[in-house]
Ligand binder design. Structure first.
Ligand SMILES: Nc1nc(=O)c2c([nH]1)NC[C@@H]1CN(c3ccc(C(=O)N[C@@H](CCC(=O)O)C(=O)O)cc3)CN21
Ligand SMILES: CC(C)C(=O)C(=O)O
Ligand SMILES: [Mg+2]
Length: 289
């Protein structure tokens, strides 16, 4: 029997044309990717947000290409039938085409990704075309681009005024022209995200970009309230308090160990009869009774 094939970029474009929404979720390792696949997500993003939610940094800037390769490969093992996009981390696609392609190759060949994502507008379009020419699908990412937090001056909503709206529209069109198969719109006003979505023939995938994008993406740990520092943000919806469930369960374990309530008889392994006698000999008989 034929195994279920991952989604591909041709089908995604068709889904946009037919008005079928695309669901994307981040995942960073075997269990999260496996659960995302079992839940039926269309695409998994191994985001550099792993810097925040998995590695405990306060931004995505410290994340390295080695971190991304390691986590992408783990996620790929958990979701063999799902289209996997890996984020290109900070400063790994700005040192020329050769260096960019070297890093893309690692995410594809060592990480087993199906595509890569890159933050930026007009300035990365040359790099995007080179990567697409090498046979690698590229997902664009504009709006709030967290790798540029220090030049943006904070995590701020983009596309409020006419000038900014035009800039975002120009960037989106340029990325489509450069060969991107889709564009993530992060923290973009709903009106501007809708206009971009209508203008492009490739899908837009929104995060904090309103109701009219072709797809939506959220961070795994935010959706599950799983020790995430972003869980209270306006654009996030929390579907379960998994963090609370884990904390309670771990607390019960600690208590039961302290109370000697765990392990119980059903958790232990017994030896053959007479083992104690042979261990302690006649002199030791009853030593442990
Ligand atoms: N856990 C997590 N979830 C994410 O969605 C996420 C990450 N990490 N790390 C990388 C980027 C950074 N992101 C961010 C970071 C901060 C805001 C934020 O402070 N938003 C404000 C709006 C600010 C404004 O009004 O201009 C908010 O209250 O939602 C939003 C997205 C989204 N990404
Ligand atoms: C927030 C999404 C789009 C992302 O880039 C990430 O998770 O790193
Ligand atoms: Mg990212």
């Amino acid at each position: 029997m034929a195994e279920k094939q991952p989604l591909n970029i041709v089908k995604m474009k068709k889904m946009k044309a037919e008005g079928v929404p695309l669901s994307m979720l981040t995942a960073y390792d075997y269990p999260s990717a496996r659960l995302a696949e079992e839940a039926g997500v269309d695409m998994i993003l191994v985001g550099d947000s792993l810097g925040n939610v998995v590695l405990g940094y306060d931004s995505t800037l410290p994340v390295t290409i080695d971190d991304m390769v390691y986590h992408t490969r783990a996620a790929a093992r958990g979701a063999e039938h799902t289209f996997i996009v890996a984020d290109m981390p900070f400063m790994t696609y700005h040192g020329g085409i050769d260096e960019s392609l070297r890093n893309v190759r690692r995410l594809m060949q060592e990480g087993h990704a199906h595509a890569v994502k890159m933050e930026g507008g007009l300035e990365i379009c040359g790099t995007v075309s080179s990567i697409v020419s090498a046979g690698v699908p590229v997902l664009g990412h504009i709006g709030l681009t967290p790798q540029s937090v220090n030049t943006i001056g904070g995590y701020r909503v983009q596309g409020k005024d006419a000038r900014d709206a035009q800039r975002l529209m120009d960037e989106a069109k340029a990325l489509e022209k450069a060969g991107a198969f889709g564009v993530v719109l992060e923290l973009v006003t709903e009106e501007v995200a809708e206009a971009i979505t209508k203008e492009l023939s490739i899908p837009t995938i929104g995060i904090g970009a309103g109701r009219y994008c072709d797809g939506q993406v959220l961070v795994f740990h935010d959706v599950l309230r799983y020790a995430s520092p972003y869980r209270e943000k306006r654009f996030v919806k929390t579907y379960a308090d998994v963090g609370g469930i884990i904390r309670d369960a771990l607390g019960q374990y600690v208590n039961e160990v302290k109370q000697r309530a765990f392990p119980e008889e059903r958790h232990v392994f017994g030896a053959d009869e007479g083992v104690l006698e042979s261990l302690y000999g006649a002199a030791g008989k009853g030593a442990r009774s």
